[in-house]
Design a protein around this ligand. Structure first.
Ligand code: CP
Ligand code: NVA
Length: 308
């Protein structure tokens, strides 16, 4: 129906193209802040940022990225819009496509993102859904490689819940050729769609039901909140306790292993202060790299010829 250049999930691209976007992120990071953004490659273009859930990093990093490329943004919280009163994502897509050049959606339900993308005639970007968070993973891969070199062949240990960020790590492992150990309590599930993709690709993704098994010799420990936005209230958190990232767990990883977290962190729950504030923690670089990775995503969507 539409030929728009969306960015919906890491499983929708050829690995070589994802690699190209990551390299572009690096060039854009090295270029710093442009002196004359008004003449940038996205001058005259407008990005809509549409949120059905709260955000700090996604909102600010997209806004900064778009402005530094010369473009403009409009931010709308769904609760302040007709989407919040039941207008369908399809109708919203048809209307917004007449106003703006691209739409980033943070959606409560992944199906809303798919409906928006299906009916928009402009590119749609996944700014997190209940299933995946691909923009986060572009920044995360950049960050891993900044500190530990090429991720291909390395081992990453995910600890905690099998949430949207975990699913995108699974897809990234399948696309970029690294080993992923999922340290999750028995009974906690992770996206079957992501696991199926990894299986079809022959990826080295392993489920581990003890934290010790997951982290042994790993190059990176990564975690996220045990309670994602939209999780049911009263979720049983006791089962996650053994998967908290502590200094003791970090000591069982490879020498020089790094700690990553997409943030926001619930300090003292999924990670101790000691770890997140330690020299092994690269979470602030990770947050910064959202800007650089998303500049590459924006150029992919709106000005592919300008990708460095
Ligand atoms: N990591 C991330 O997406 O953070 P926000 O929820 O603040 O956007
Ligand atoms: N898993 C978290 C990520 C927040 C950026 C959530 O969905 O709330």
């Amino acid at each position: 129906m539409t030929q728009a250049r969306h960015f919906l999930g890491l499983d929708e691209f050829e690995p070589a193209y994802l690699r190209r976007l990551l390299e572009a992120g690096w060039v854009l990071k090295r270029a710093g802040r442009p002196a004359r953004p008004a003449e940038g490659p996205l001058a005259g273009r407008t990005l809509m940022l549409l949120f059905e859930k709260p955000s700090t990093r996604t909102r600010v990093s997209f806004e900064v990225a778009m402005r530094q490329l010369g473009g403009d943004v409009i931010v709308l919280n769904a609760s302040d819009s007709q989407l919040g009163r039941g207008e369908t994502p399809a109708d919203t897509a048809r209307v917004l496509s007449r106003y703006v050049d691209a739409i980033m959606l943070r959606a409560t339900r992944h199906a809303s993102l798919e409906a928006l993308a299906q009916h928009a005639t402009v590119p749609v970007i996944n700014g997190l859904t209940d299933e995946t968070h691909p923009c986060q993973l572009m920044a995360d891969i950049m960050t891993f490689e900044e500190h530990r070199g090429p991720i291909s062949g390395k081992t990453v240990a995910w600890l905690g819940d099998g949430n949207n960020v975990a699913a995108s790590w699974v897809q990234a492992a399948a696309q970029l050729g690294f080993r992923l150990r999922l340290g999750m309590p028995e009974g906690v599930t992770i996206s079957e769609r992501a696991l199926g993709f990894a299986r079809r690709k022959g990826a080295a993704v392993e489920l581990c039901h003890t934290a010790e098994k997951a982290v042994a010799g790993a190059d990176c420990l990564v975690t996220d909140t045990w309670v994602s936005m939209g999780d049911e209230p009263g979720k049983n958190l006791a089962c996650f306790e053994p998967f908290r990232v502590t200094a003791g767990l970090m000591a069982q990883a490879a020498p020089g292993a790094i700690f990553m977290h997409c943030l926001p962190a619930k300090r003292g729950q999924e990670v101790t202060d000691e770890v997140i504030d330690s020299p092994a923690s690269v979470v602030w670089d990770e947050a910064e790299n959202r800007v650089h990775a998303q500049k590459a995503v924006l150029l992919h969507c709106l000005a592919p010829a300008a990708l460095p």
